[in-house]
Design a protein around this ligand. Sequence first.
Ligand SMILES: [Zn+2]
Length: 162
Amino acid sequence: MSEKKPNFIVDAMLGNLAKKLRILGYDSKYFSSIEDDKLIAIAKNEKRVILTKDAPLTKIAEKQNVDSILIRGNDEFEQIAQINAKIKLDRFVMNTNNSRCIACNGNLRSVEKYRIIGKIPEGVLEREEKFWICDSCKKIYWEGTHFEKLQEFVNKLNNRFQ
Ligand SMILES: [Zn+2]
């Protein structure tokens, strides 16, 4: 597979994995329900690697020269390990500037605090300094307390793989 950062299309049942990949900055399309044919067609057209728990689907994809990775288990750390075993991923970086929107896979860009007054709880506005907004769905992000947990997850990934 190529040296370029891979883009993914994530099959149903792997929504949490899609979210983690988006946080880590990987362009990851996800559908909670999609037919195999459509999934493969999108992967082919957009040069995405399919992540799926469906073994027969990987066989069909292979016949059409579409890259796919069979994911096993429910632990996201182990799932990312399975991807990394097939495609060597870059060092993982927890950087919200590079993250994708968890909700829709859109691009995030930083946004000035004054522009989002009234759109998020006041307490958050007082407590946080940096905010990001999704270009597509306009969801607003801040790093908050979950950030440390994610940082731990990323450190654990890097310790294991790099
Ligand atoms: Zn979004």
